[in-house]
Design a protein around this ligand. Structure first.
Ligand SMILES: [Zn+2]
Ligand SMILES: [Zn+2]
Length: 135
């Protein structure tokens, strides 16, 4: 956990937000949905829903990626930004959308059983075959 305020935005800048308060280390998810959605693998830091303050959302769209969760992205530039389960009071935020330095570190890889065959996981980081983040 780190206590910090992050400024975030999508690639084109149409979606802008702040993350205020505690955020977790970054978890990288290698499930098939995250692979296809991001084009590689998706990773996120986690925070309480109240910690995410969206300041500009004209192009923010939500895709219901499963029965239990939805994913937020910019409908103009396509940046994959957010993930949230309907039953959870937290939100997952792509660290790549945050201004640097983020002071975050990647702590674990999940769903590695579904990882793509075009990259290797860096050694020394925790790995879990599951669970899904989840879709
Ligand atoms: Zn955008
Ligand atoms: Zn995933």
């Amino acid at each position: 956990m780190s206590e910090h305020e992050h400024a975030g935005r999508c690639a084109c800048g149409a979606v802008r937000f702040r993350l205020i308060g505690e955020t977790t280390d970054v978890i990288a998810c290698h499930c098939e949905t995250c692979r296809r959605w991001s084009g590689y693998f998706w990773a996120a830091t986690h925070a309480g829903r109240d910690a995410l303050v969206v300041e500009a959302d004209d192009t923010l769209a939500w895709w219901p990626s499963s029965d239990i969760a939805e994913r937020g992205f910019c409908s103009h530039c396509g940046s994959s930004l957010f993930y949230r389960r309907y039953d959870a009071d937290r939100v997952s935020v792509a660290p790549g959308a945050l201004a640097t330095p983020t002071h975050l570190t990647t702590a674990a890889h999940i769903c590695v059983a579904e990882a793509g065959d075009y990259y290797a996981l860096e050694p020394g980081t925790a790995r879990l075959a599951g669970p899904d983040m989840s879709s």
